[in-house]
Design a protein around this ligand. Structure first.
Ligand SMILES: C[S@@+](CC[C@H](N)C(=O)[O-])C[C@H]1O[C@@H](n2cnc3c(N)ncnc32)[C@H](O)[C@@H]1O
Length: 260
């Protein structure tokens, strides 16, 4: 395997904070500095942190196709990686810009693009930035319609059917990974959903979309979903529904890692 990170294997015992198991139990969100955790539907900063440690080097470029509040870009900047984030909603992108700038490091670049990650012209954007390719792609799409992010028809959370969601997600894979350097890595963070009394396995559907395109599957990580702010009453209600309906309450999501 060619070197894609800054881990010094001669000192491998020093990296006890780097996760190598496929079960990630992260009990507390990193809320330091710009990571205020207020954006509904964000991921904990430890997810990009772990991925960037394993699959990127200082000075690399990271592309986040669903930037949201900018968690990946803030983390990339802290870790000395350059980054590009694409976000459909201008107001969300503007807020992310402010968060990122509050920890600005002069020598590191963090580019915020407002647009549709299915179709934004990345070749032109990269040319503008003076680079040929990115070295890592991270995708944290809407878990279909679990959270409705906006009213836009271009928003993946507004897809009318699973087929429509998958067609859009496939376009995002094609567009974002077209600028990913060969042999480098891409990560997908997603959970499943329930509808009409059955599980819709969004995680495996999206994983298959990568496999169909010839990507190599390097990892399937199961990560805990922390306690939501639901009241005890809601939790009891869900427990009752679960016992009644014969289903399990989701407490996990996935981090898939692929190599191009
Ligand atoms: C699950 S959130 C990502 C959260 C992010 N990881 C964070 O920590 O804040 C998904 C984001 O994708 C955006 N989005 C939905 N459809 C999009 C599209 N077609 N192109 C770009 N962004 C899109 C939504 O507005 C939302 O902010």
């Amino acid at each position: 395997m060619s070197k894609c990170n800054d881990i010094d294997l001669k000192r491998w015992r020093d990296y006890s904070d780097v996760l190598t198991d496929s079960l990630w139990l992260i009990d507390r969100r990193d809320k330091t500095g710009a990571h205020d955790g207020s954006y509904h539907g964000n991921f904990v900063p430890q997810v990009p942190h772990q991925l960037f440690t394993r699959y990127t080097k200082q000075g690399d470029w990271i592309l986040d196709g669903f930037m949201g509040s900018g968690t990946s870009l803030i983390e990339a900047q802290r870790m000395g990686r350059n980054s590009i984030g694409i976000e459909l909603q201008r107001s969300v992108a503007d807020e992310a810009r402010q968060r990122i700038d509050s920890e600005r490091r002069q020598e590191i670049r963090a580019e915020v693009l407002v647009g549709d990650s299915r179709s934004i012209d990345l070749t032109t954007e990269l040319k503008r930035l003076g680079i040929d390719a990115v070295q890592f792609v991270i995708l944290h799409p809407p878990y279909w319609d679990i959270i409705n992010f906006s009213d836009s028809a271009d928003d993946l959370s507004n897809a009318a059917t699973l087929e429509e969601f998958m067609a859009s997600f496939g376009r995002v894979i094609d567009n974002t990974t077209s600028v990913l350097e060969r042999d480098r890595y891409c990560a997908l963070v997603i959970g499943d959903k329930y509808a009409n009394g059955r599980v819709i396995p969004l995680g495996f559907e999206c994983m298959n979309a990568f496999l169909e395109r010839g990507f190599l599957l390097k990892g399937i990580v199961v990560k805990n979903i922390g306690e939501t702010k639901g009241k005890a009453h809601d939790q009891n209600l869900w427990r009752y529904r679960s016992l009644q309906g014969g289903f399990y309450i989701f407490k996990h999501e996935y981090v898939f890692v692929f190599q191009k």
